[in-house]
Design a protein around this ligand. Sequence first.
Ligand SMILES: [Zn+2]
Ligand SMILES: [Zn+2]
Length: 133
Amino acid sequence: MTRTGSCLCGNITYEIEGDQLAVAVCHCEHCQRQSGGAFSTNFVAHESQLKVNGEMALYEDRGRTGDAVYVNRKFCGSCGSPIVSELLGSEGVVAIKVGTLDDTSDITPDVQAWCDDKQSWVNLEGINALAQE
Ligand SMILES: [Zn+2]
Ligand SMILES: [Zn+2]
């Protein structure tokens, strides 16, 4: 199946071909800051499954250590919606922000990550936690 999505203003649209590898909730501090929400919810897929229409702005996220870029965070430069993160530690894997999908009716998270950064009120019982080093 083909999924579609867009940013808030509509300058960026995209299509995803096929199924997700996972739907992952990320509680990390950087996802909280970028989204302005308590966590990000991500449709994790192969880069080859995603086709983006429009020119996205790029933030090279160097993480807490400030060393090498570990995530390319791509967003709409007009309205600011985060669209996709390229996970440089897992080459060819992208995390598409579920909140930008046109239809989220069949989306349920499988895993959650960076649970140490989770906001205290968030309780996602029943979703497996990924261990972080
Ligand atoms: Zn936009
Ligand atoms: Zn994160």
